[in-house]
Design a protein around this ligand. Structure first.
Ligand code: ADP
Ligand code: MG
Length: 415
């Protein structure tokens, strides 16, 4: 199957081709025809399977096809975080290039004025996070009377962030005759309940069970003492100096600690977590996306759903809490057609957790054996680092002693 065979606007086809997309991914193949048909869709597919284009491409076609009929916003895409909203907007803008479709992104944490100005100029498609969207609806800056398509993207993440009431409130404001598309990486009872409260006789699409790691990702676990992890990370980074690495840790504090450890050995890295200012977060994600930044240390919450293409390695510096999160993390590498590799560092304290993850995972996590020599060699880095540290202290002490001596001399002279 090729994109060229779809009955969609030729400009969109050109834009897809310019993106380098050769053929639709599974989820795109299964969703696009139904969306073009005006049907409701409930789609479950893991991270990195191309869900954004699965709805962006057909929505743009429908908007172009219906644009002349009535004015007003035709499609609303709800996203859980501003990063995802921006990312989705970028995808829409890419596919919409050269068409007259106006795409506006609405999210909080920044001034409203620019967004209001854009909305006033006309918005065929709005991509929004819930909070700011409600603000702008209540101010009359967003009008959804003509809405034809509603998308709930990353629905599982929306629920995690507690947006359920917002979603339900929003639905009350929308025309009841509309097309609803529901996308999620995972499904459980709560998500199902929400989905069925929104959609009408949906086409159900489920790509692969949420506990399967994508085929193009090779992944394994290495057994490493907790205190030795940073040396293995260092040695790993040095082995692949050009690689793009996404490192997962358990907490924000751990993220900063790992960054400090890398700083000490002059490896450049950055952290991404919830305590950071929005601008800073965006800046870091962009740098990483563009590749000026190669090593990013993050927690699950900050990384979830953010599209980071071409990550060569995912490193689970700390094991995740569940097989589901494991699949999410590992899904950051090997996105779309790329090959990817993921490595988990497992300390003796984490052995039980590893077993639990493995039990609930359909794929086997291979053990990466590290022979004693290699293990010790890696720890030599530690010794060297310690030696350096010692010699540094020594050098410092000498300098201090000399300074003191000098001072005494001067004092004596002054007397
Ligand atoms: P998801 O929402 O399922 O996590 P995304 O929509 O963010 O996944 O897509 C993941 C990556 O795959 C993006 O970088 C996107 O550009 C790329 N991609 C999507 N569809 C295709 C395709 N048909 N061919 C090649 N790459 C694709
Ligand atoms: Mg997505």
């Amino acid at each position: 199957m090729k994109f060229s065979r779809y009955n969609i606007d030729p400009i969109i086809k050109d834009n897809i081709e310019a993106q380098g997309f050769k053929k639709p991914t599974d989820i795109q193949f299964k969703s696009i025809p139904h969306i073009l048909n005006g049907e409701d869709v409930l789609a479950i597919a893991q991270t990195g399977t191309g869900k954004t284009a699965a709805f962006a491409i057909p929505i743009l076609h429908l908007v172009i096809a219906n644009r002349k009929r009535t004015k007003g916003t035709k499609a609303l895409i709800l996203a859980p975080t501003h990063e995802l909203a921006l990312q989705t907007t970028k995808a829409f803008l890419t596919f919409a290039q050269g068409t007259a479709v106006r795409v506006v992104c609405v999210y909080g944490g920044v001034s409203q004025d620019e967004q209001i100005a854009q909305l006033q100029a006309g918005a065929d498609v709005i991509i929004a996070t819930p909070g700011r969207m409600f603000d702008l609806i209540s101010q009359g800056a967003i009008n959804l009377n003509e809405l034809e398509i509603l998308v709930l993207d990353e629905a599982d993440h929306m629920l995690d962030l507690g947006f359920i009431k917002d979603i339900n409130d929003l639905i009350k404001k929308l025309p009841s005759k509309r097309q609803t598309l529901f996308f999620s990486a995972t499904i459980d009872r709560e998500i199902k309940k929400l989905a069925y409260s929104m959609v009408n006789r949906p086409i159900r699409i489920q790509i692969s069970p949420s506990n399967t790691v994508a085929k193009n990702v090779s992944h394994g676990v290495a057994f490493i003492e907790m205190d030795h992890k940073r040396f293995f990370l260092e040695s790993f980074i040095k082995k692949y100096p050009a690689a793009k690495l996404l490192i997962f840790v358990r907490t924000k504090v751990r993220a900063e600690r790992v960054k400090n450890a890398l700083d000490r050995v002059e490896i450049e890295s950055a952290t991404l977590h919830g305590d950071m200012e929005q601008n800073e977060r965006e800046d870091i994600s962009n740098q990483f996306r563009e590749g000026t930044l190669k090593i990013l240390i993050t927690t699950d919450l900050s990384a979830r759903g953010v599209d980071i293409p071409n990550v060569d390695f995912v490193v689970n510096y700390d094991l995740p809490e569940s097989s589901e999160i494991y699949v999410h993390r590992v899904g950051r590498t090997g996105r779309a057609a790329h090959k990817g590799t993921a490595i988990s560092f497992c300390s003796p304290e984490e052995r039980e957790l590893l077993d639990y993850i493995q039990e609930n995972l359909a794929t086997k996590i291979e053990t990466l054996s590290i022979d004693n020599d290699t293990y010790l060699e890696t720890l030599n880095l530690e010794l060297e680092a310690k030696n350096d540290w010692k010699s540094l202290i020594k050098a410092n002490e000498v300098a201090l002693a000399q300074k003191r001596k000098g001072k005494f001399k001067n004092q004596r002279k002054n007397k």
